[in-house]
Design a protein. Structure first.
Length: 133
């Protein structure tokens, strides 16, 4: 079972039947996220494999994983926000066990993202997994 915040997104998506409404919701999630400090937008935090610029800044506090992130594209920033709800707060040992593809499939994102965006999401997930490995 996913984090409660991710479950809330799943419920929102079930209510929003039209993909355009879901797309707007993802963008709103990104807008609601605090921006990543410019000092953290460095090459070490940049995610390769994304069409737009994406930065992920992971931290571990008291054994719990979390990351902050940002992107120069609104939809990607929203996807970062979605991934944060999936991963933030998990014990480090649990992060690699998350079936991110399966959880994101519950949102139907794979059917509506371009190949480049889908590759970018996979790159973000790979970066998260590599961080905790």
């Amino acid at each position: 079972m996913a984090q409660p915040a991710f479950e809330a997104i799943v419920e929102d998506f079930e209510f929003l039947e039209d993909w355009e409404d879901r797309y707007r919701h993802v963008i709103e999630l990104g807008k609601a996220m605090d921006p990543l400090d410019d000092a953290l937008k460095v090459p070490a935090n940049k995610v390769d494999g994304c069409a737009s610029q994406v930065w992920l800044y992971p931290t571990v506090e008291n054994g719990a994983f979390r990351f902050d992130g940002d992107s120069d594209a609104m939809i990607v920033r929203g996807l970062v926000a979605v991934l944060r709800t999936l991963y933030n707060g998990l014990p480090v040992a649990e992060v690699g066990k998350v079936d991110a593809g399966g959880e994101l499939a519950r949102l139907g994102l794979q059917d509506h993202l371009s190949a480049q965006r889908s590759n970018g999401v996979r790159s973000m997930i790979a970066r998260i997994r590599a961080t905790v490995a």
